[in-house]
Design a protein around this ligand. Structure first.
Ligand SMILES: [Zn+2]
Length: 419
């Protein structure tokens, strides 16, 4: 009897039935107002992070689709799509977003950011036959937009797509621009260039009364080599003036990535696209864009690793500034993450304290290469979800099954206290 009474009390304290399901083997409970959700969706095809801000505004950061073909060489990469090869990554991402927004009768992506113009972040049209009514190829972000309305897209090139050189010959960007034009005309899509130094480009879309209840800040740290100074909306250029450079040594696509930090209460999150910070092959010093960015970041609770944890990323200066408690590795290639990157992450010399690392899609080749560090990774495959509690003081990390669409919890960690 006493046990039954206690159980009833337990149910009463827990509230809605869905809250009960926060356990391994059960689907992740639906998002509740006040929570900040950051879903790192694993399709095996590149980056896709879906964020629900605590008042309900939604943001998709990237929608990769390499389609198992290397756009540089047109050769197969033989990386299977998760959960299956029956659909393309863009459609799986759309499914994931729809399921996450199942509380909403009219699911919408309020903002989408394309950090830079590579296939594993936006989708390649190479060897894809699916087309929309608008004539463009459906891949990555253009396919997501086929299934869910996107209200506004921010990227590094709008409206002329000319930095550092005109992108007219790029089939990925051309296809994407056909998608933008058609969506602007037929679906009232708005497009903006992401500008460093601003904190008013990603804001609440909810009405007054709702938005004040759970305030968050989203700071644009860098794009195209323009880096926020930390004061007002001022920026400086970490890249030399193009006039002084030969076109062959212009900034590369990765270095131009969109970089941002978001804050909810005392919780902080950093995402740097594919920026690099470790010089290779005699590169000039300005190719290290992580070091300039490290001067304006605050320590964070969670970092999405730069450039998938490839060997040219995550330098010691940035790590010492960010001091992430949680590192999320958006891995999809045999070189993700590099053993030396894990060495830096787990080194007690860069910063003190515990740290947990989660990988979304570690390939077998990568497991061999990072063998010694493997036991230290909390996950090697799955959707990695950071769920921040109302107010931002605590958060949890969930690893969800990516082999089917159950979204069942494989493992959960925390609660962690925001620093
Ligand atoms: Zn990438």
């Amino acid at each position: 009897m006493q046990q039954i009474r206690l159980f009833v009390l337990y149910l009463t304290l827990l509230g809605p039935i869905e809250a009960l399901a926060q356990e391994v083997g059960q689907p992740l409970p639906v998002w509740q107002a006040g929570e900040l959700d950051i879903h790192h969706i694993n399709t095996g095809q590149g980056n896709a992070s879906f964020i629900i801000f605590p008042e309900g505004t939604t943001l998709l950061v990237d929608a990769g689709a390499i389609n198992s073909m290397d756009w540089r060489t047109n050769k197969p990469r033989n990386i299977p799509t998760r959960p299956t090869n029956d659909r393309q990554a863009g459609e799986w991402i759309a499914h994931y977003v729809r399921n996450t927004l199942r509380f909403d009768t009219n699911p919408t992506i309020d903002y989408a950011i394309i950090t830079h113009f590579h296939d594993d972040h936006m989708g390649t049209p190479l060897n894809v036959t699916k087309r929309s009514a608008g004539g463009y190829v459906l891949t990555g972000i253009t396919e997501v937009g086929e299934f869910i309305p996107i209200r506004k897209i921010l990227d590094r090139g709008w409206p002329d797509y000319k930095y550092p050189r005109p992108m007219t010959a790029d089939t990925m960007v051309s296809n994407y621009r056909r998608f933008l034009d058609w969506q602007i005309q037929h679906k009232a899509l708005r497009v903006e260039r992401f500008q460093a130094g601003r904190s008013d480009q990603i804001v609440s879309v909810k009405p007054t009364g709702v938005r004040e209840k759970y305030p968050f800040t989203f700071t644009n740290l860098a794009v195209n080599g323009q880096v926020w100074t930390g004061k007002g909306s001022n920026t400086w250029s970490a890249f030399p003036d193009l006039i002084t450079l030969q076109p062959a040594v212009y900034p590369n696509e990765n270095m131009c990535s969109i970089v941002f930090q978001l804050r909810y209460g005392s919780f902080d999150y950093f995402s740097g696209g594919d920026i690099q910070g470790v010089l290779q092959f005699g590169e000039p010093a300005w190719h290290d864009i992580e070091t300039p960015i490290s001067t304006v970041v605050k320590p964070v609770d969670v970092q999405l690793l730069d450039h998938h944890g490839y060997g040219d990323s995550q330098n010691g200066t940035l790590l010492a500034s960010l001091r992430p408690r949680i590192c999320i590795i958006p891995a999809w290639h045999a070189t993700h993450p590099a053993p030396e990157v894990l060495e830096r992450i787990f080194s007690g010399q860069t910063y003190r304290g515990d740290r947990d690392a989660f990988a979304t899609n570690l390939l077998e080749e990568a497991k061999t290469a990072i063998h010694d560090f493997l036991p230290r990774l909390k996950s090697t495959s799955g959707h990695v979800v950071v769920r921040v509690d109302p107010g931002g003081a605590t958060y949890r990390v969930f690893v969800l099954d990516d082999t089917n669409e159950s979204f069942n919890i494989k493992a959960m960690y925390g609660p962690y206290a925001s620093q």
